[in-house]
Design a protein around this ligand. Structure first.
Ligand code: 4AD
Ligand code: MG
Length: 482
C-alpha cells in the first residue's frame, strides 16, 4: 500500500513527536558523517526544510550516495525532538525510497547562492529555490486574496476575451493573432493584407486590457472584476515591464472618481494585510534575503525600511491624493528638476510623468503612496471622463514606493456625445466600437474602474527588484523560453 504523505509544513507546525509519518520532497542539502547523514528535505509547502536523519549503517553507502541535492525521495520514520539547532523536530528515517536521482555533476542548482540572472536562465528549475518558492507562494496568496476581497463585497468575477479586435488603450502595442501562413499572406487588389480571408475575417490581436468588455458587464451586474492575462508589445526593457502580465480590473456602475480611489486604496491595504497575516514565514525569509542583498550596496542606496516596515507603512498611512496640476508644480520646483538630475526635465503642464518623477513624489516628497488624479486629456486614453475645465480627465494613477505606477484607472465617459467627439479627435473608428457605444445609448450610468498590475503588486509585497522574478515564466523582448 502507498504510504500516506504528510506535508512538511504540517509536520513543522504540528510537531507530532513520537508519531510515524511519511514525507516526500526534494533534497536541498545532505551532510554526511561516518555514521549518519542529515538530509534537508523540502516539498514546497513551506520555505522551511525538514531534517531527515539517516543511519549510515542501516541504509548503506550505496543508497545514501544517490541522495544528492535535487534528488526526490520519500522518507518514513518517527518524528523526534531535534538535537541540533535550527529546527525543533526531525524525522529519523526507517525507510527511504528514491523517486528520482539528480546527477550532481549536471544538476544546475547547487547548494550555494545563485544570481537572479542565472536563475532566470533555468526558470524551469528555479521554483526549487527558497526565493522563488517563497515568491510563488506569496503570489498564490495574493491571487486568493484578490478573489476574497471582491467576493466579500459582492463583486462578480468575469472572464473577458484574450483574443479581441480592439486596442483598449489605443497605444498600438498589440500582438497580432492570425492563422495566415506568413509566407503566403493574401492581399487585396490594392496590395494590402486581406484580413477578410483571415481566421476571424478581420484584424485580431491579444488583449491589452479587459476593461472595455468589463464595462459591458458592469452595465448589468453593477460591480464586476476581471483577473486575467494581458499582452503588450511595448519594447521596454525595464524592471517593471512584461510583454505578458496579469491584471485585475474592477469596473463599477454608479462610482465616481472618489469612490474609485476609495475602493483601490482599500483593496491595496487588504492585500498587504492579507500577506502580513498569512505569509509570515515567506515574508520573513524574503526580508532576510533583502537585508543580505543590501549589505552589498553603498550605505546611501540602502532602503530606510525593512520589507515588513514598508508593508506596514502602506497599511497605516492614508494615501496622499494630489491633482496632476499640483504634482507638476511640486516637480517643477524640485531639486532634481532644477539641478537637471531627472532624465526628463519637467518644463510645464502637460508633460507625461516618467517613473523617476513618480518615484520622487512617493519616495522623496510625500514619503507615502500617492494617488495622482485629473490628468491632461492628451496623455490619457479616449474613454476617460472629461472634466468641466476642458483640459483634464477624471484619471487616477496610484504610485507606490520602489515601483512607481501600480494602478491606473479612471471614471469613464458615459456621455455619448462627448465620447464620440473624443474618439473622432483620437482617430478611433466609431463603427468598430458600436457595441461599446451602445452602453452609452441604452441606460448609461456614471461608472469607474481601474487596473492593478498583478506582478507589480507581487514585486511590492515580496520586495523583488525585477518583475521577471515574480512570474514563473517571464515574457520580455527577446525572451520566450519555456
Ligand atoms: O495603466 P494601464 O495601462 O491601464 C489599463 O490598462 C486600464 N484599462 C485599466 C483600467 O482602468 N481597467 O495598466 C494598468 C496597470 C498599470 O498601472 C501597471 O501596474 C500594469 O497594469 N502594467 C504593467 N505591468 C507589467 N508590465 C507591463 N508592460 C504593464 N503595463 C501596465
Ligand atoms: Mg497607466
Amino acid at each position: 500500500m502507498k504510504e500516506k504523505r504528510t506535508k512538511i509544513q504540517v509536520v513543522l507546525t504540528d510537531e507530532p513527536i513520537g508519531q510515524e509519518i511519511t514525507v516526500m520532497g526534494w533534497v536541498r542539502t545532505k551532510r554526511a558523517s561516518k555514521n549518519v547523514a542529515f538530509i534537508a528535505l523540502n516539498d514546497g509547502s513551506t520555505v522551511n526544510n525538514l531534517q531527515v536523519v539517516a543511519d549510515a549503517e542501516k541504509f548503506g553507502e550505496g543508497l545514501l550516495r544517490k541522495i544528492t541535492t535535487g534528488a526526490s525521495i520519500a522518507a518514513t520514520g518517527k518524528i523526534v525532538e531535534s538535537q541540533g539547532a535550527g529546527q525543533s523536530c526531525e524525522l529519523v528515517a526507517e525507510h527511504i525510497e528514491i523517486f528520482g536521482e539528480a546527477d550532481p555533476d549536471k544538476y544546475p542548482l547547487q547548494p550555494k547562492k545563485h544570481s537572479l540572472e542565472f536563475l532566470r536562465e533555468i526558470a524551469h528549475l528555479r521554483p526549487r529555490t527558497n526565493t522563488f518558492s517563497a515568491v510563488m507562494r506569496v503570489r498564490h496568496a495574493m491571487a486568493f486574496a484578490v478573489h476574497k476581497f471582491f467576493n466579500d463585497q459582492g463583486f462578480f468575477y468575469i472572464n473577458t476575451p484574450i483574443i479581441t479586435s480592439s486596442d483598449a488603450e489605443g497605444a498600438g502595442e498589440t500582438f497580432r493573432v492570425t492563422n495566415f501562413e506568413l509566407d503566403k499572406i493574401p492581399k487585396t487588389d490594392e496590395g494590402k493584407v486581406d484580413f477578410e480571408k483571415d481566421f476571424f475575417e478581420k484584424e485580431a490581436n491579444l488583449t491589452v486590457s479587459g476593461q472595455l468588455e468589463g464595462e459591458l458587464a458592469a452595465m448589468a451586474l453593477s460591480e464586476i472584476y476581471t483577473f486575467g492575462p494581458t499582452f503588450r508589445a511595448e519594447n521596454s526593457n525595464t524592471t517593471r515591464h512584461l510583454a505578458e502580465f496579469w491584471m485585475i480590473e474592477p469596473e463599477m456602475a454608479f462610482y465616481d472618481l472618489q469612490d474609485n480611489m476609495d475602493l483601490a486604496e482599500a483593496m491595496l491595504k487588504y492585500l498587504v494585510k492579507y500577506a502580513l497575516d498569512n505569509c509570515v514565514d515567506d515574508l520573513a525569509f524574503l526580508e532576510k534575503r533583502i537585508i543580505e542583498e543590501e549589505k552589498n550596496k553603498p550605505q546611501n542606496e540602502r532602503s530606510e525600511m525593512t520589507l515588513t516596515e514598508r508593508l506596514k507603512f502602506v497599511l497605516e498611512n492614508d494615501f496622499e491624493r494630489v491633482t496632476y496640476t499640483d504634482a507638476i508644480d511640486i516637480l517643477r520646483n524640485s531639486k532634481p528638476n532644477k539641478k537637471k538630475k531627472f532624465s526628463y526635465i519637467i518644463e510645464g503642464w502637460g508633460a507625461d510623468l516618467q517613473s523617476e518623477h513618480e518615484r520622487f513624489l512617493v519616495e522623496k516628497h510625500f514619503k507615502k503612496p500617492v494617488i495622482l488624479y485629473n490628468y491632461p486629456k492628451d496623455i490619457k486614453a479616449f474613454y476617460m471622463r472629461q472634466n468641466d475645465d476642458g483640459k483634464t480627465v477624471g484619471a487616477m494613477d496610484i504610485l507606490f514606493p520602489g515601483i512607481g505606477e501600480i494602478i491606473g484607472g479612471s471614471q469613464r465617459e458615459e456621455r455619448l456625445e462627448l465620447l464620440t467627439q473624443r474618439m473622432k479627435e483620437m482617430d478611433i473608428p466609431e463603427d468598430e466600437m458600436w457595441w461599446y457605444l451602445d452602453t452609452r445609448r441604452f441606460g448609461a450610468v456614471p461608472h469607474s474602474g481601474y487596473g492593478l498590475g498583478f506582478e507589480r503588486m507581487i514585486q511590492f509585497v515580496t520586495g523583488m527588484g525585477n518583475i521577471r522574478d515574480v512570474i514563473a515564466f517571464p515574457r520580455t523582448p527577446g525572451n520566450c523560453e519555456f
